[in-house]
Design a protein around this ligand. Structure first.
Ligand SMILES: [Fe+2]
Ligand SMILES: [Fe+2]
Length: 154
């Protein structure tokens, strides 16, 4: 498959964003105080690495197949919760900030996929970008679930 100049530029921009996501989740997994949040960020980071890998394949001319009818990871994610709803300690505030920032970033990246998808001629590329966008939404949903379980959404 041959990408146009414009399509190539769009994939490169998306790659830059995915690299930021990988780096950010590595940094946040390291920085989070609650082990359960560290684990969530580490898990999401693996998805971001896969996104980066998929985009590299597209640039190299082959579009990876997307899994069909795969259950969303948000359906099976049930965070135990570490912080009490009443607590207002520094660790909780710290972790809450990481969550809020991550959700904002996922929303931004998801929007970029949604916009860029409309520019591609290839059905397979559109399918892949749509799949990645759905996973970004899943990331945001899981982090939201974490916030809810930790009394961070009030
Ligand atoms: Fe991603
Ligand atoms: Fe993501």
């Amino acid at each position: 498959m041959q990408l146009t100049q414009k399509e190539t530029e769009l994939i490169k921009d998306l790659k830059t964003q995915e690299q930021v996501c990988v780096d950010k989740y590595a940094f946040y997994a390291d920085s989070a105080k609650d082990p359960e949040l560290k684990e969530l960020f580490t898990q999401i980071k693996k998805d971001e690495e896969e996104h980066l890998n998929s985009l590299n394949q597209v640039l190299a001319g082959s579009v990876p197949d997307v899994p069909h009818n795969k259950e969303s990871a948000a359906v099976t994610y049930h965070p135990k919760g570490h912080y009490s709803a009443m607590s207002n300690d520094e660790d909780k505030k710290h972790d809450q900030l990481l969550c809020t920032d991550s959700i904002a970033n996922e929303k931004y990246v998801s929007g970029a996929y949604n916009d860029d998808l409309f520019q591609f001629a290839s059905h397979k590329v559109r399918e892949l970008l749509n799949h990645i966008q759905t996973e970004e939404q899943t990331h945001a949903e899981m982090i939201y679930q974490y916030k809810t379980a930790n009394g961070m959404t009030a």
